[in-house]
Design a protein around this ligand. Structure first.
Ligand SMILES: [Zn+2]
Length: 1066
């Protein structure tokens, strides 16, 4: 369910790294889906520079500088003379300022030091000596980005804000954190964030706890991750950070790991890189993490978190001299070190022979295990970094082979019927040496070899025959459109540039080069025009893949016993640990466990909290919206600067659809774009879209509407194009909607298998989303609809549909047609457009023509839906080592009327009560609450959680927590500022236009938004206490859904007499 409309207390703990990190130069730019955002005008004349004598005064020398046309920025590289720290200072008039400090942190083993350190340094520092400055910043700053990333060989600390004062506050907190963190003196932070033995009572069993330990257990519970790790493709586990303790514990190593451990440990093999740092997991292998000592941890920080080993990035419209002044305060305190030599990443030499490895992963015993194998081929492309032009050509090649559903390698693999979905990310060029990976999952064991042969024969064929001219044109246009549009969605532009620059700079290469695409792009275009595309691409396929012996083939076999074996092995280790301890040891461990918990649960003193800077409150401008009509259809227009791009949404009402057709809607949307028409194959249709537009997407949107029984339920067609191509855009949208034929049974069957594979993956990796959807479905109609199209019900539907496609294709095909007939109508259609005024006016004639072609119906009647899921508590059982725990109720049913303070309060509960109890002392990776202000559903959720009933008890304690809460004014102000920053988050123009559309659909007026803002700003402690009563409804009447392991559900049902109905999902 999309709900960026007013705001839900968004969960900042959970980021999917692959979402954000621009692994491939083009990956982020060339995604065919359309994410929210657009352009700010950048005026090169605004970019100011630092005079040499000013740089000199602060201890810097200018190394080089240039104007970079591609991002309309003046960029200067400085070197700090005393330490050698390097600084890229990028100036332009983008108000969304970005700072980042990056250290080279290559690990030598899989204990996860870089990752645990990344969590720990933000747990308090010299100037900000509180438990969790990071959380305080989350609560009380206007940041547009705040996080930290661990890569296989580097650690990045980026922040962004549009407010200059806020920006410099954030920079100071981050600099102090990385250079002077408390965690290097504080064993308890290491225990909490890394790992420790937990023993509540000497008579009980010892267990492992630790935030990173548990986070990585979750990562290792997903077969796709294990597969990727086997070849080191999944580059960046991301996380943000937490808690610290300022008392120092004496007996640091009082519990050293017994030696028996090392014999049991089996480290995952990162087989593509046996000889360098990429052969180990910087995120940490849960089996190896407990080998890490506090001494090693401290030493790692001392060595690598040093200015000599740092690369620092500033970007935006602030004063570049001020940047150097701030940095000099920190950097001048250090002398040069030898870290740059020690942190250098060595190259992996190429193999002379291919390698094959076989891994097992834990699969549930449900379903057909025979068809659960995975196979992936991985190549290391070169033994040194490539030049820009080769890299760019490889980026194109990647898009040509795999970028769209019409791309031949993707298409041939999926159409072969040998597997359910693609694995392997294509070309990855973010590490020192580029790689290429491709494979399939959902494969029969006996078909493994066929997949390998098909990959090879397809690559050979592509090398010999080259690509179609239309395909090359489409890829070229798609990539160019993306580069020029530079639409990074909610990800700050300056951060996307930083990550791109760093991908070379970190290896001592030129940081400017990756920012400049214009020249190599023109050169490549000219070359293709002159010599043909085959001359450009075939030699690359031959050299880097076909004739390259450095290939690692990874096969993954499902093992229904593995999860229980792993757990037994862990228990055995822990039992040995316990057996080796004396009675005094055990008493000491129980005492230490108690002490750690007590410290975690004790709030910071107010004077420490005041050390974290925060802001005063401000007002927010309104967005322009004009509501008119064309041919009797309502048209919303947003006059905003978009650099000559038109963004359009065409919305159809879904309310008239028959109930049994609802779960087919996502596949209907996919079919529109990927099945072809009478005149065009789907490949040709995709190429046309690629050549003429910036992309078209189709998806359902469903939400409750406050105060209304009936939900808002639509299908949205989103498209974008350059102003000169608007006619093409609307023609293509019309073609997609009206001319696509639902006749290709085999293709449709692939869609079903892919969707099934995707849903199974979500169940393991984002179980909290599945649990939330399930609870919503039990509580309101909109939730029920969404669950039909994306929850456990949907997965069940897909399993049945897979058979139905074979048995009754004619029936399925006519159901798809029925959806089209029921949807497509001028009545119930709405158009939304975002561009500048001139382009909006010019577009009207094409809209009018488009609408003329739509059928008219007398009226759109709402269908009767029996939208109810059985209301009881439910456990969705899957093979996993970590759980997702949810509980929810509709608080509007208690008579509660929405008030802006609810935003502040639910965010506060997430950042304090749940953070402390579910994450810090519970050991889960995340815990948060969410208030859907449209439906009234208030839900609690946890993520990668070792507990189950214990977490539910924490949720139930939230009401009491609020009622007994005491807080001073500073804390309250901070909570309010943090919330206002969410409500008025930074958006590029197309996202503004889109949010405005959603508000329109949900009946939220500008007046109401203003009223909520005022309520947020005037939130008082009394509101908190009263809300404590309101959410007692969740405790008393709430429904609980968990996604969890069979063992934990069993134990819970024994402890609380069959609390959960059990549903086996995998
Ligand atoms: Zn993490």
């Amino acid at each position: 369910m999309e709900t960026a409309v007013l705001l839900r207390s968004s969960n900042k703990l959970i980021f999917n790294p692959r979402h954000y990190s621009p692994h491939n130069f083009f990956r982020l730019l060339s995604s065919s889906s359309i994410s929210s955002s657009s352009l700010t005008p950048l005026n090169p004349h605004h970019a100011s520079t630092v005079p040499d004598e000013v740089a000199e005064k602060y201890g810097f020398e200018k190394v080089s500088g240039e104007f970079i046309g591609e991002c309309k920025s003046k960029a200067v590289l400085f070197k700090h003379k005393k330490t050698g720290a390097e600084v890229m200072s990028v100036s332009n008039d983008d108000e969304n300022k970005v700072f980042g400090i990056v250290f080279r942190t290559p690990p030598k083993d899989s204990t996860g030091i870089p990752h645990i350190l990344e969590h720990s340094v933000l747990c308090g520092s010299r100037k900000y000596p509180l438990k969790e400055p990071f959380v305080e910043l989350l609560k009380g700053s206007l940041h547009t980005f705040l996080n930290a990333f661990t890569y296989p060989d580097r650690t990045c600390y980026p922040v962004a804000s549009t407010n200059t004062k806020d920006f410099y506050n954030l920079v100071d907190v981050y600099l102090d954190a990385v250079f002077f963190p408390k965690c290097v003196e504080d064993y308890q932070t290491f225990q909490q964030e890394g790992w420790h033995f937990e023993l509540n009572d000497p008579s009980e069993e010892i267990s492992y706890k630790g935030v990173v330990f548990n986070e990585m257990k979750g990562v290792y519970s997903q077969p796709d991750n294990i597969l990727g790790r086997a070849a080191q493709q999944a580059s960046s586990p991301i996380s943000n950070c937490f808690d610290f303790n300022h008392f120092c514990m004496q007996s640091v190593d009082y519990l050293d790991i017994p030696s028996c451990l090392s014999t049991i440990i089996h480290e995952y093999n990162f087989a593509l890189f046996p000889d360098n740092t990429y052969g180990v997991d910087s995120g940490g292998d849960p089996k190896v993490i407990p080998k890490l000592t506090f001494e090693q941890f401290k030493e790692f920080h001392g060595k690598y978190y040093h200015p000599s080993n740092a690369r620092i990035w500033f970007y935006g419209d602030d004063d570049p001299a001020e940047r150097l002044r701030i940095l000099s305060e920190y950097l001048d305190m250090f002398d040069a070190s030898s870290a740059p030599n020690e942190s250098r990443v060595e190259q992996q030499k190429l193999f002379s022979e291919p390698v094959r490895i076989i891994e097992k992963y834990s699969a549930g015993d449900g379903g057909d295990l025979k068809k659960k194998h995975m196979i992936c081929l991985n190549w290391l492309l070169a033994d040194k970094p490539l030049d820009m032009e080769t890299e760019l050509t490889l980026g194109f090649l990647d898009h040509l082979m795999l970028g769209t559903p019409a791309s031949p390698l993707r298409k041939i693999l999926l159409e072969s019927g040998l597997g359910d979905a693609i694995v392997g990310g294509g070309i990855e060029d973010e590490l020192l040496q580029p790689q290429f990976s491709i494979g399939l999952k959902g494969v029969f064991e006996e078909d493994i070899q066929k997949v390998e042969e098909l990959v090879m024969s397809t690559l050979k064929k592509l090398k010999e025959e080259g690509f179609e001219t239309e395909a090359v044109e489409a890829s070229m246009n798609t990539i160019e459109f993306s580069l020029r549009e530079n639409n990074t969605g909610s990800f700050p532009r300056g951060l996307s540039l930083m990550l791109r620059s760093i991908s070379k700079w970190i290896y001592d290469m030129n940081p400017f080069e990756p920012l400049k695409y214009e020249k190599p792009l023109m050169a490549l275009k000219a070359r293709i025009a002159e010599e043909g595309s085959k001359a450009a691409f075939s030699p690359l396929i031959e050299k880097f893949i076909l004739n390259n012996p450095h290939c690692v083939t990874v096969e993954m076999q499902p093992d229904p016993e593995k999860a229980s074996h792993d757990e037994a092995a862990e228990r055995e280790i822990l039992e040995k640990v316990k057996a080796s301890m004396t009675e005094e040891d055990l008493a000491e461990l129980a005492r230490a466990t108690q002490e750690l918990r007590l410290k975690q649960e004790t709030p910071d003193p107010p004077e420490a909290l005041r050390s974290v800077p925060s802001l005063i409150l401000r007002d927010i401008p309104k967005e322009p919206i004009h509501v008119g009509d064309i041919n009797g259809v309502k048209v919303l227009k947003h006059d905003l600067f978009t650099n000559d791009v038109l963004y359009a949404e065409i919305v159809f009402n879904m309310r008239s659809l028959k109930q049994e057709l609802l779960p087919l809607v996502p596949l209907f949307c996919q079919s529109l774009l990927e099945m072809g028409t009478k005149d065009l194959t789907f490949v040709q249709l995709n190429q046309l879209i690629g050549r003429k537009t910036g992309g078209i997407s189709v998806y359902p949107f469903t939400s409750s509407v406050r105060g209304r029984e009936d939900p808002c339920s639509h299908i949205v067609v989103r498209g974008k194009a350059m102003a000169g191509r608007v006619e093409d855009l609307f023609n293509l949208v019309n073609c997609v909607l009206q001319e696509v034929r639902f006749t290709d049974q085999q293709r449709f069957k692939q869609f079903v298998s892919q969707s099934k594979a995707r849903m199974e993956n979500r169940l393991r990796g984002s179980g909290h989303g599945i649990a939330a959807a399930r609870m919503d479905a039990k509580l309101n109609v909109a939730g029920w609809i969404s669950e039909q199209m994306g929850g456990v019900s949907y997965l069940e539907f897909l399993k049945a549909l897979e058979k139905r496609v074979d048995q009754d294709w004619a029936g399925v095909s006519s159901s798809l047609e029925e959806i089209r007939i029921s949807l497509l109508s001028k009545n119930g259609c709405l158009i939304n457009m975002t561009a500048d005024g001139k382009n909006l006016t010019n577009s009207e004639k094409y809209v009018s023509k488009f609408l003329d072609l739509l059928p008219s119906k007398s009226s759109v009647e709402a269908a009767a839906w029996n939208a109810q899921l059985s209301p009881g508590n439910e456990a969705i059982v899957i093979p996993t080592q970590v759980n997702y725990v949810g509980k929810a109720a509709n608080i509007y049913d208690t008579g509660y009327k929405l008030h802006g303070s609810a935003y502040v309060i639910s965010k506060y509960i997430s950042n304090t009560w749940l953070w402390d109890r579910v994450r810090v002392s519970g050991g889960a990776y995340g815990g948060f609450c969410d208030f859907d202000t449209h439906s009234g559903v208030f839900s609690f959720l946890s993520y990668r959680d070792p507990n189950l009933l214990k977490t539910l008890d924490v949720y139930d304690g939230s009401g009491a927590f609020l009622r007994e809460l005491e807080m001073d004014n500073d804390t309250l102000t901070k909570a309010i500022i943090g919330t206002i920053g969410d409500v008025d988050s930074y958006q590029l123009a197309d996202a503004k236009g889109y949010s405005s559309l959603l508000r329109y659909l949900l009946g939220i007026t500008e007046e109401e938004r203003q009223k909520r803002r005022e309520e947020i700003l005037s939130t008082s402690l009394k509101d908190f206490k009263e809300f404590g009563e309101v959410i007692e409804a969740v405790k008393d009447k709430g429904v609980s859904v968990v996604v969890a392991s069979p063992e934990d559900v069993d134990a819970a049902n024994k402890e609380r007499s069959n609390y959960f109905d059990v549903k086996k999902a995998l």
